[in-house]
Design a protein around this ligand. Structure first.
Ligand code: CA
Length: 267
């Protein structure tokens, strides 16, 4: 089925151009020119969108706020944010507000289409591909015995392709983009889930910020790496009992971070 994309852009020529070109690629496209209208459509259950192309600079409510509001109410549709070139703070802010990917303006149409396709594909991977994680958990050396990956079937998610990662009493459900700790449930954005998945896949090994930016988000190294640190702060709030004393998401000084499923050297 063709994916349905909502384009939120107040510059009419750009919105029309995007519509024309995305439709030529086979997408079903709806355009709106302001943030309030976008939120209205995205929170209306009778509309089903697969992804949003969201401009930051909009009259009234800006793109950051739209993304943040969506995440607040549990709408986790993939968001490709259009930011102003040369403003790393926009990128950072975009990540923080819950965007899944970003593209600086002006952009080449081919790149936007590729990013959009990538976003939809990544979402599908998270939902359906458990093979890589399984491979990581059976390699043994890097994963500890009580960390395990299981497939689960229950009344709400009868889909056998769900993939779960269980560690230290916590469950990351990559299919549902959700972290469960006891009764507590935390919704994850696509970016958060992908970063977690990446760190878990490299469990026990230090991963550099540069590698994370390149491998998780396909961003070049001149991107502001503070975005990663902000993500880690958020992920620690989700998965650590004491976020200020992380046991799983460890800082590796002057390198980056390391995920440890089961800490062995408790201090
Ligand atoms: Ca604009």
């Amino acid at each position: 089925m063709n994916a349905t994309v909502l384009v939120v852009e107040d510059e009419k020529h750009l919105a029309d151009g995007l519509r024309f070109n995305l439709e030529a690629e086979g997408y079903i496209v709806e355009t709106v020119a302001d943030g309030e209208s976008a939120l209205g459509l995205l929170l209306d259950e009778s509309y089903k969108f697969d992804a949003v192309v969201l401009d930051v600079m909009l009259p009234g409510m800006d793109g950051f706020e739209v993304a943040a509001r969506l995440r607040e109410v549990g709408q986790f549709i993939p968001v490709l944010m259009l930011t102003a070139r040369g403003r790393p703070e926009d990128v950072l802010h975009g990540f923080e507000s819950g965007a899944d990917d970003y593209l600086p303006k002006p952009f080449e149409l081919a790149i936007l289409i590729a990013r959009l396709r990538g976003l939809l594909r990544r979402r599908d991977w998270l939902r359906h591909d458990s093979e890589n994680l399984r491979a990581a958990s059976t390699q043994g050396q890097t994963m500890n015995a009580d960390s395990q990956l299981t497939s689960r079937q229950d009344e709400t998610h009868a889909d056998a392709t769900n993939d779960l990662f269980v560690f230290d009493g916590k469950t990351i459900d990559f299919g549902a983009l959700e972290l469960r700790v006891g009764e507590r449930r935390v919704r994850l954005t696509l970016m958060e889930a992908e970063l977690l998945r990446y760190l878990i896949r490299h469990a026990g090994r230090a991963v550099s910020r540069k590698a994370m930016l390149e491998d998780v988000w396909n961003l070049s190294e001149d991107t502001d790496t503070r975005a990663i640190d902000n993500f880690i702060v958020r992920l620690r709030k989700y998965i650590e009992d004491e976020p200020s004393k992380p046991r799983h998401l460890l800082t590796v000084r002057s390198v980056g971070y390391r995920f440890v499923a089961t800490p062995t050297n408790e201090r």
